[in-house]
Design a protein around this ligand. Structure first.
Ligand SMILES: Cc1cc2nc3c(=O)[nH]c(=O)nc-3n(C[C@H](O)[C@H](O)[C@H](O)COP(=O)(O)OP(=O)(O)OC[C@H]3O[C@@H](n4cnc5c(N)ncnc54)[C@H](O)[C@@H]3O)c2cc1C
Length: 577
């Protein structure tokens, strides 16, 4: 019997919302004044209960039963259909969606706290919500008002769902090579033809309608990304629910996330509306992509937490080892097991805080007092997003693997419920932009191309907290390691700025280590802030202060490895003889 138990990190979420997000300040702004922290706290408390009792039991069911393609339609296990009904009846899809569209318009940082709980309980279920919300936001920002009114309220209520259709067989990371064609009709709509692969929730039986958000090329469009436009294509036509030329030709069998259907979609003169100006499709799609990158980071944190929580419980209960003349001790007492648990806890804590900080900046980009402050918040969020997405995705896989190690052989067996986290998390460093692509995006677009403006916002924020925390006695041990890693980052950045034009290959070779170095700096920054806020004598605060020290002293030295790799440039990679 598989262990489907899940314990939502409600206390940690509330701690971060209080001290990192400072949500009372957000609720004081006119943009969020219709809500308040007490209301949001009550919603999250109920959300934790919902995740633990309604969603968590789906996790092993989905992993074992997956989904099926029957007569051209994808079917999920009936338990998923029932849980989705409960999920939508309770209004969960609209937590941060606009009030006018039927949502509650709470800050994104509150939605992130809720999404962690749903994804930690069952990431395959959480996936349908990711595209539905991000698709709704995309339409609100770029579609004509009549289309927004027609579609978005139905997404917010969960009656309809949405997909993101970018990938084609010959166009993965290289989006500019996509070939799906869109031809304008006399009535102003378009007919789309082509094949999209790997489409998450491309078909399913949770909703009666699916709105596919599709990137395609109009006739005579220029080659590459400059020739791409964006379209909304309903799976079934809106007039009579009949076929709209969209069919599923294949349902993929895969390593994990088995209950999240991954489909090959054939479009055969499927009729849809253009969203945003012609040839601006990729730019418009980035509204959805950026939100989904944050959501993938949330998925990563969610699985890292779920795996860590199971490992902690197991280590406290599993008797093994100790002197033969005594009863065995619990494995949690062995130094090596404690080491693994501390790595898992301190990495997960840092990743969660980074993701909450990115969401906070996105909230401030809407609600900060002045336009320059809103702009700075947006730029800092843009800098943090690829770092959060990549570090959380890779962290989830590594932390889940450590959880299996803590369980020993029992972790390799499905019943323990931890090997599923390893399989489910593996995709997170691939979809929504691979780690390699995220690293290049961070280094080339967010550091080198903007003259270092976003990067300097980041380092200035870290410096500000270093100064603020100088007077905190509990932070004394933390300041020097954070200063040191920041210094390493500064020297790598200025070296890379010097190489950008003379040796761009050095920049490419350094991108992954550069992102990891930023990730370590951001994690240490978060632990400094958390330790400064964890001032009480409670067990939880004592534990936070210890995890902060552990992160600084045990994990941060890895920064030196990244620095030395960055400064080697591309010579060792390219000169193989
Ligand atoms: C389960 C699942 C769900 C998915 N859901 C969706 C979805 O809903 N919608 C959708 O549109 N797509 C979806 N995808 C597709 C996913 O986004 C792509 O798989 C991903 O973008 C990578 O593309 P690719 O698989 O073609 O790999 P490739 O682009 O071929 O990359 C292979 C390797 O080469 C590296 N690489 C490629 N180009 C470069 C470069 N220029 N510089 C450096 N390194 C490079 C990559 O980092 C990677 O390591 C999904 C995929 C899966 C498996």
């Amino acid at each position: 019997m598989r262990d489907s138990s899940y314990s939502a990190p409600l206390d940690e979420a509330l701690f971060l919302l209080d001290h990192i997000v400072e949500w009372r300040g957000l609720f004081a702004r006119p943009e969020f004044s219709h809500g308040d922290a007490d209301l949001a706290r009550a919603a999250l408390t109920e959300g934790a209960r919902f995740a633990e009792t309604i969603i968590a039991p789906l996790n092993p069911i989905g992993d074992e039963q997956g989904c099926r393609l029957e007569q051209g339609r994808v079917r999920l296990a009936p338990e998923f259909v029932a849980a989705y009904k409960d999920f939508t009846a309770a209004g969960w899809p609209g937590l941060d969606m606009p009030e006018l569209m039927g949502g509650q318009d709470l800050p994104l940082s509150v939605q992130v706290a809720f999404a962690e709980m749903i994804n930690g309980a069952c990431a395959a279920f959480g996936m349908v919500v990711v595209t539905l919300r991000a698709g709704g936001r995309l339409l609100c920002e770029h579609a004509e008002p009549q289309l927004v009114e027609l579609i978005v309220p139905r997404l917010v209520s969960g009656e309809w769902s949405a997909t993101i259709c970018i990938t084609e067989a010959h166009a993965g990371s290289d989006v500019g090579r996509l070939r799906t064609r869109a031809v304008r009709r006399d009535d102003g709509r378009y007919e789309l033809s082509g094949t999209k692969i790997f489409i998450s929730y491309g078909d399913h039986d949770l909703t009666g309608q699916i709105i596919h958000l599709v990137l395609a090329r109009t006739p005579d469009a220029p080659a590459g990304t400059a020739g791409i436009s964006l379209f909304a294509v309903p799976a079934r036509n809106l007039e009579d629910g009949g076929s709209n030329g969209v069919s599923v030709s294949r349902l993929e069998k895969k390593m994990g996330l088995k209950a999240s259907p991954t489909c090959v979609l054939d479009l055969d003169r499927a009729v849809g509306w253009r969203i945003g100006p012609e040839l601006q499709g990729l730019k418009c799609m980035f509204t959805m992509v950026n939100l989904m990158r944050l959501d993938v980071a949330v998925q990563g944190v969610a699985l890292a937490h779920a795996a860590t929580a199971k490992a902690l419980k197991y280590a406290a209960e599993r008797p093994q080892g100790g002197p033969a003349e005594h009863a065995p001790v619990n494995i949690g007492q062995h130094a090596d097991v404690r080491r693994m648990l501390l790595i898992m806890q301190s990495r997960t804590g840092a990743l969660r805080a980074m993701v909450f900080e990115a969401a906070r900046q996105l909230d401030l980009s809407r609600a900060a007092e002045t336009e320059p402050e809103r702009r700075a918040a947006r730029m800092l969020a843009e800098f943090l997003l690829p770092v959060c997405k990549t570090c959380a995705a890779e962290g989830a896989f590594e932390i889940a693997s450590l959880a299996v190690q803590v369980f020993g052989g029992h972790g390799y067996i499905a019943d323990a419920g931890v090997e599923q986290y390893v399989r489910d998390s593996r995709i997170m460093a691939i979809y929504e932009g691979t780690s390699g692509i995220q690293s290049l995006d961070l280094l080339t677009r967010k550091v080198l191309k903007d003259g270092g403006a976003r990067y300097r916002l980041f380092t200035a924020a870290v410096q500000q907290d270093l100064r603020r925390c100088e007077g905190y006695p509990d932070c004394r041990d933390l300041l020097a390691p954070l200063r040191e890693v920041l210094q390493r980052l500064e020297s790598c950045t200025s070296w890379l700025q010097g190489r950008a034009t003379v040796a761009p290959r050095d920049v490419e070779a350094a991108a992954t280590d550069f992102l990891q170095l930023v990730g370590l700096t951001a994690g240490a920054w978060m632990w400094l802030r958390m330790a400064a806020a964890a001032a009480s004598g409670s067990d939880a605060d004592r534990q936070r202060r210890h995890l902060a020290r552990f992160f600084m002293q045990w994990l941060l030295p890895q920064a030196g490895v990244h620095e030395s790799r960055i400064l080697q440039g591309s010579a060792l990679i390219d000169n193989t003889t």
